[in-house]
Design a protein. Structure first.
Length: 237
């Protein structure tokens, strides 16, 4: 709760800026994507095809990067350090100039998120980074550029998570525990989605929001949204 309160107070301006960036992109016909690897994929997935969410959000993914379904799970962590992988993912994706990409990486230090941000911006894609700035101050970069994700973004959202992503410690348990990054990052990104919806409305554009399929009329509503924005929604086809 303290972390959420701190983020609300200190990141309000950045949340509004990120919402404005997404609204500008959507209003001009651009496409919206979210990317994260490992557990950072969870907040990205939470933005895509969900009740109350912005229908235009698409998941950018690559083999071995979405969650811990890869075996062994440690392979997913290793892939985040592979140089060139991010560029390969972008090469096979529909991203193009004028689109926007949300990149989530708690540490922001590995080759994958840094290269993803660099390569995306080089292609004319605007980048929102969600990361912990504390890692840039308390760890060393683990990629050839020696930089962090925060150094290659149009907007940076700092989730305020401490290095190590564990909030509790107690005598008798050798390692810190109770990670908070998923909860805080998901809350931040849903705030960004709400901000984007408001910013679109201010531009005279009704934001294409999805309804729950478990309420009467929800499927019919969503079908109309999918038909209207078919050219910008990739999880439908």
């Amino acid at each position: 709760m303290a972390l959420l309160a701190r983020v609300r107070e200190e990141e309000a301006g950045s949340i509004a800026a990120a919402g404005t960036l997404l609204a500008d992109t959507a209003a001009s016909g651009g496409r919206l994507f979210a990317f994260g690897a490992g557990h950072s994929s969870l907040p990205a997935q939470d933005l895509v095809y969900r009740a109350g969410g912005l229908a235009l959000m698409n998941l950018l993914a690559g083999p071995g990067l979405v969650g811990v379904d890869v075996r062994p799970a440690t392979l997913g962590s290793a892939l985040e350090r592979v140089e060139g992988y991010a560029t390969a993912v972008l090469d096979s994706s529909p991203l193009r100039a004028g689109d926007a990409l949300v990149i989530i990486s708690l540490s922001g230090r590995n080759a994958l998120p840094v290269e993803m941000a660099q390569a995306a911006r080089a292609r004319g894609v605007r980048v929102i980074g969600v990361t912990s700035v504390a890692y840039a101050e308390g760890t060393t970069a683990r990629n050839p550029s020696g930089t962090f994700l925060k150094d290659h973004c149009d907007v940076v959202l700092d989730n305020k998570i401490a290095v190590g992503d564990a909030e509790l410690s107690v005598e008798g348990i050798g390692a810190p525990f109770a990670p908070a990054s998923t909860v805080v990052t998901s809350a931040v990104l849903q705030a960004v989605m709400a901000s984007a919806a408001g910013a679109l409305l201010e531009r005279g554009v009704e934001p294409p929001m999805l309804r729950s399929g478990n309420v009467d009329g929800g499927h019919a509503w969503n079908a109309e949204v999918f038909a209207t924005y078919r050219d910008r929604i990739y999880y439908q086809h």
